[in-house]
Design a binder for this molecule. Sequence first.
Ligand code: 5GP
Length: 338
Amino acid sequence: MFMQAYTYDDILLVPNKSLHSRSTAKLETKLSRNIHIDLPITSANMDTITGYELARTMSRLGGVGFLHRNMKIEENCYTVQKCLDTWKPYWSPVIPTVGVSTSERERAESLLSLGIQGICIDIANAYSDRVTSMINFIRSKSKDVDIIAGNVASGPAALFLAQRGVDAIKVGIGPGSVCTTRRMTGFGVPQFTAISMVKRTLLDHRYNQIPVIADGGIKSSGDIVKALWAGASSIMTGKLFAGCLEANNPNAYRGMASNDARQVLLSDGDVSTVAEEGIAIEVQDAGSAEDVIRELCNGIRSGMSYAGCEYISELNMCQDVRAVVQTQNGIIESGTRK
Ligand code: 5GP
């Protein structure tokens, strides 16, 4: 009666014939319809994670930072402009975020006037007419900017966004490490299955040009490889950068729907009747984001070698690689033991 849905930990990929050495694996991928990046890693638009410093590091290493929006429009534009000034004339190295309230239109318009290449519309459940209104507003101001919208966790929701002309879809309802949505509301889809369902639906409806970003729940490079195999073209993580030197607040990590973070957002005109769906935690020093990214990339390259794939686009739903569902004992065996 109910379909089974899986998390990253439930699944293991079966090693394929290794055709390439791990050193030759290529990590370039598509972030969105028209934006290419050199690594499949993006940093989350959370106010303890992506500010100017992390955005700069992400971009320098070939990924991309999604800038948080928990700040006044002037500061938001100033930060984006600083990023643009650092990297011109190459490409817009940062993706700023907007919400969907009417007051966010002013933010979107100001950001678009800076000449960004991509913008993220971020809302807890993007299967919503409010997202349609924001997409239409952005399109009325810019025909060229890539619109990345999320989050969703089902085929129909992804199709809804695809039909409204978005250029990438962010997937993940409730997998985040500081997220309490599933417990608060009873809604969500285990992340591995959510990614597969979204990608399958996009392909079935000939939206293969729309990349999927797997957002939340990544604990290791192994999870990234599983996400890429399931159909994502890149992943977003906050947790793996929490406590890093380059994080916007290296001492704390908080959900953007936690009361802590919302106090700032609410004062900026957002609704105050929504439930708290995140927590705030203290974090330990996690070293430099650069080291974290390097380690993740090594793991991904190694995973691609087990898959027999040279490119991430080959790994994406690769038919030659099978997946198995592991039992609780398998999960124990997969961990390290003394
Ligand atoms: P993590 O890397 O911690 O597993 O997941 C990061 C992701 O969690 C973010 O990119 C975002 O999609 C999601 N997220 C951030 N803050 C909150 C929150 O307060 N509530 C919920 N439900 N999700 C959040």
